[in-house]
Design a protein around this ligand. Structure first.
Ligand code: SF4
Ligand code: SF4
Length: 491
C-alpha cells in the first residue's frame, strides 16, 4: 500500500509566503478548516480509494440506488411509470396507486414519517446516511470521481495535472472529463424531469415540438448545471458547509450513536515505522496519514469527533489495509460510540431511540392504514353562488352548492347523488350521472331545496348519498343556511 500525496498533505508553510513578503498571520494548520489552505485558498480533495469491506458495501448500495433512480421511470405499473408525479393532473402515481392533491392526510403522514425516520437513523446510526445513501456521496464517489480517475489517473496524477501548465494534453483530458460528466449530468437531469412527465411523452415532446416543452428544457438545463457545479467543483463543501443534515446530526447524536472513531488508547503514541526501535514505547498508529488521504472531506479522524466527518468509512478501509500490511489487527479506526470509547457498553435501547422508534412506527402505520382504507372516490361539498340562501316564492329555501368528486379508481365511474334528509328536501344536480374519468376530479353545481320550517337558528343539516356504478357509496353531511327563528313553524 502506498498512500498517495494529496494537496492537503502540503505543509501550511509551503502555501504561505514566509519572510518579509508575508503580510498576514495565519493560524496553525490544525486550526484551519480541512478544505482551506493557510493562505485561505480552497484545497481540493483527491481521496485515495481503498477497496476494503466498507467500500464494497457502499459500492453495492450505490449501484442499487443508481439502478432504482434510472429504472423506476421505465418500469410500467398499471400502464404508467412505477413513479410519476404528474404535474398536469396534480396526481402522483406510485406503483399503481394514485394519490390526489386532496390526499392531504396521507401527505402529512408521509412527511411526518420521513422526518421521524431521519431523526431515528441519525440518532442510532449517526452519519451512515451521508456515507452510504446520500445522493451527494453516492454520485460523487461512485460516478463522478471514478470517471475522473479513469481519465486523469489516481490522486497524485490528478494533483500533478492540476498544477501543470496549460498544454494540449491537459486541455484534451479536462475536455474529455467535463464532456463525459456533462453527458452523465444530462442523463441524470432528464431522468429527474421524467419523474414528472414520463419518459415517453418527454422524449416525444422534445423530439417533435421542443418549443412547447420549454419548462422541461429549462429544468433539464438548470439541473444539469447544478449537478456539474456540485460534483465537478463544489463537492465536499456541500457536506461541510451547505448541508443542514450534518448540523442536525450534532444535535440528535448522543453518547450511544454509532460513529467512526480512532482508537486512541491503541494507536498512541503514534510513531513512524522508520522511527521505531526496539524498546521504544509506541502505539499501533504509524502516522502514515493513509486515513487522512482517503477521506473525501480531508478530515483527520485521529483528532476526534468532528462535524466534517460524513461517515464514509474510507478511513477505516485505509487503516485496515495499513494494519494488515504491518501485521497488526484491523480496527484501529472503527465503528463505535462515544460511550464505548470511554470504556462503557453501547446502549441500543435508550429513551431517545425508543421515542423516535415509537413515533416512526405510529407515522408509517398511520400511512399504511390511510392508504389501505382509502376509498374509491373522494366527495366534497362546498357552498356555491353569491348568496347564502334564497327564499323561494313557494316558501321553500334553496341553497346552491358545488359538489367535487374525485375518481380514485383506474376505471371510469358514474356517480349519482340523492338527498336523504331532512324530510321534504329535494336536490337538482347540473349533471346526472356525474361521469368521472380515472384519477380525475369533476365539479358539478347542485341546488338543495328544503321547507322553511326545518330551520333551527338559521341552519339545518342535510344528508346526501353518493353512489357510483362501480360500487362506491358514501353518505355526506352538509349544513344548509336559511332564515332565523323558524323552528317548527312560521318565520
Ligand atoms: S490511524 Fe491508521 S491510517 Fe491513520 S495514520 Fe494511523 S496507522 Fe495510518
Ligand atoms: S473521517 Fe473517515 S468516515 Fe469521516 S468522512 Fe473522513 S473518511 Fe469518511
Amino acid at each position: 500500500m502506498a498512500p498517495a500525496v494529496t494537496e492537503k498533505e502540503q505543509p501550511a508553510a509551503a502555501a504561505v509566503p514566509s519572510g518579509p513578503e508575508r503580510v498576514f498571520n495565519v493560524a496553525p494548520e490544525e486550526d484551519l478548516l480541512y478544505s482551506l489552505s493557510a493562505d485561505g485558498k480552497r484545497k481540493f480533495m483527491h481521496p485515495v480509494v481503498h477497496r476494503g469491506r466498507f467500500w464494497r458495501i457502499r459500492r453495492t448500495v450505490a449501484y442499487l440506488l443508481f439502478f432504482l433512480f434510472f429504472a423506476l421511470p421505465h418500469i410500467p405499473v398499471g400502464g404508467r411509470p412505477a413513479v410519476l408525479i404528474d404535474l398536469a393532473t396534480r396526481n402522483t402515481h406510485v406503483f399503481g396507486a394514485t394519490f390526489n392533491p386532496t390526499d392531504s392526510l396521507i401527505l402529512v403522514a408521509l412527511g411526518f414519517g420521513i422526518i421521524v425516520t431521519a431523526f431515528f437513523v441519525a440518532s442510532a446510526f449517526g452519519r451512515m446516511w451521508c456515507g452510504y445513501a446520500c445522493p451527494q456521496t453516492v454520485y460523487l464517489e461512485f460516478l463522478f470521481r471514478p470517471i475522473e480517475a479513469l481519465l486523469e489517473g489516481g490522486p497524485l496524477n490528478q494533483r500533478k495535472l492540476n498544477a501543470a501548465p496549460l498544454s494540449g494534453r491537459k486541455v484534451a483530458i479536462k475536455l474529455a472529463k467535463w464532456s463525459i460528466w456533462t453527458v452523465a449530468a444530462l442523463l441524470m437531469a432528464t431522468t429527474f424531469v421524467s419523474y414528472f412527465t414520463g419518459w415517453g411523452p418527454l422524449l416525444q415532446g422534445l423530439g417533435t415540438d421542443p418549443l412547447s416543452w420549454k419548462g422541461a428544457l429549462f429544468t433539464i438545463a438548470l439541473v444539469t448545471g447544478a449537478i456539474l457545479f456540485d460534483f465537478g467543483w463544489f463537492r465536499d463543501q456541500m457536506c461541510t458547509i451547505a448541508c443542514p443534515y450534518g448540523r442536525l446530526q450534532n444535535v440528535i447524536a448522543d453518547q450511544d450513536t454509532i460513529l467512526v472513531a480512532y482508537d486512541e488508547k491503541r494507536g498512541e503514541p503514534r510513531m513512524k515505522v522508520k522511527d521505531r526501535v526496539l524498546g521504544v514505547l509506541a502505539g499501533d498508529c504509524i502516522a502514515c496519514r493513509a486515513c487522512v488521504n482517503a477521506c473525501p472531506t480531508g478530515t483527520d479522524i485521529k483528532r476526534g469527533l468532528q462535524p466534517e466527518c460524513i461517515g464514509t468509512a474510507q478511513c477505516i478501509d485505509a487503516c485496515d489495509e495499513v494494519m494488515r500490511g504491518i501485521g497488526k489487527p484491523i480496527g484501529l479506526i472503527k465503528y463505535t460510540s462515544e460511550r464505548e470509547q470511554k470504556g462503557g457498553v453501547r446502549r441500543i435501547w435508550r429513551p431517545r431511540s425508543i421515542a423516535y422508534l415509537t413515533l416512526m412506527t405510529v407515522a408509517w402505520a398511520a400511512l399504511a392504514v390511510l392508504i389501505l382504507t382509502r376509498g374509491d372516490a373522494l366527495v366534497e361539498i362546498v357552498r356555491g353562488g353569491r348568496e347564502p340562501y334564497r327564499l323561494l316564492p313557494t316558501g321553500e329555501v334553496a341553497n346552491q352548492q358545488r359538489v367535487r368528486i374525485t375518481n380514485q379508481l383506474s376505471e371510469i365511474q358514474r356517480f349519482t347523488i340523492e338527498v336523504l334528509s331532512p324530510p321534504g328536501a329535494s336536490l337538482v344536480v347540473s349533471q346526472s350521472p356525474v361521469v368521472v374519468e380515472p384519477d380525475r376530479l369533476v365539479t358539478v353545481n347542485a341546488v338543495t331545496t328544503v321547507p322553511q320550517s326545518v330551520f333551527v337558528d338559521g341552519q339545518v343539516p342535510v344528508r346526501y348519498l353518493v353512489r357510483s356504478d362501480r360500487g362506491f357509496q358514501k353518505e355526506v353531511q352538509f349544513l344548509l343556511l336559511g332564515p332565523f327563528g323558524t323552528a317548527g313553524g312560521t318565520p
